[in-house]
Design a protein around this ligand. Structure first.
Ligand SMILES: O=C(CO)COP(=O)(O)O
Length: 251
């Protein structure tokens, strides 16, 4: 991990979590406040229905809240959608955009992801912009070029002036228990770093690059110690306070 970048561990609860899940936030809060203070910034991105509650109950223990998606427009006739401003109003400081589940299940393009990231920055949120290759793209040796294309298309030009976060999530590692080798992660993160520096100069040196995809208590320490891995975006293992805390403590 690059020492000048403060690490960030974000939990993506996806479409999991009812009001009863707030007990996990309380449990995480007590682990965070009784144990050694974490080195990492801790973010939880719950479903929007409990975002406000997570933001309120996590505030005193340093748990920050984030949304899982936002609409590119500020308001209007978009039934069922949520604007970045609404997430901010509910207490979010971050929002995930371009998650591969949205790219595949909702046909989101790089152009749309970029518009969402712009909306997020406009509302004062820090976008967590996700990129990552599919298994067949990796098998055919295209992983780095696919990710480079996604970065070029999904990160707004203003990304150098605003705090953006990049999350590298190989699609085939999400929810599968499989992860790339340490060498593959380090190589991809180095290539993402190079892209950020070439495009944004100095700010590209300090942009956080998170790894996501089957990060678990068992493998977190090793992955988080790799060069240019500045934190994690954790799915399944963020649902249980104990597991998530173990990952947070692995930084
Ligand atoms: O998609 C992810 C986080 O956004 C990763 O999910 P898992 O940690 O469950 O593999």
């Amino acid at each position: 991990m690059t020492t000048t970048i403060s690490p960030l561990i974000a939990g993506n609860w996806k479409m999991n979590g009812l009001r009863a899940s707030l007990e996990e936030i309380s449990a995480l809060a007590s682990l965070l406040t009784t144990g050694e203070a974490p080195r990492a910034l801790v973010v939880v991105c719950p479903p929007a229905t409990i975002l406000h509650a997570v933001a309120s109950s996590g505030a005193t223990s340093g748990i920050l809240a984030g949304g899982q998606d936002c609409h590119p427009a500020a308001s209007g006739a978009h039934t069922g959608d949520i604007s970045a401003g609404m997430l901010a109003d509910a207490g979010a400081q971050f929002v995930i955009v371009g998650h591969s589940e949205r790219r595949t299940q909702h046909g989101e393009t790089d152009e749309l992801v970029r518009a969402k990231a712009e909306a997020a920055m406009g509302a004062g949120l820090k976008p967590i912009i996700c990129v990552g290759e599919t298994e067949s793209e990796r098998d055919s040796g295209e992983a780095e070029s696919v990710v480079a294309r996604q970065l070029a298309g999904s990160i707004p030009d203003a990304g150098g002036q605003h705090e953006v976060i990049v999350a590298y999530e190989p699609v085939w590692a999400i929810g599968t228990g499989r992860t790339p080798t340490n060498e593959e992660i380090a190589r991809m993160h180095a290539s993402i770093r190079q892209h950020l520096v070439e495009r944004f100069g100095e700010p590209g040196q300090t942009t956080r690059i998170l790894y996501g995809g089957s990060m678990k208590p068992m493998n977190a320490r090793e992955i988080l110690s790799l060069e240019n891995v500045n934190g994690g975006l954790v799915g399944g293992a963020s649902l249980l306070a104990k597991d998530f805390y173990t990952i947070i403590s692995a930084v």
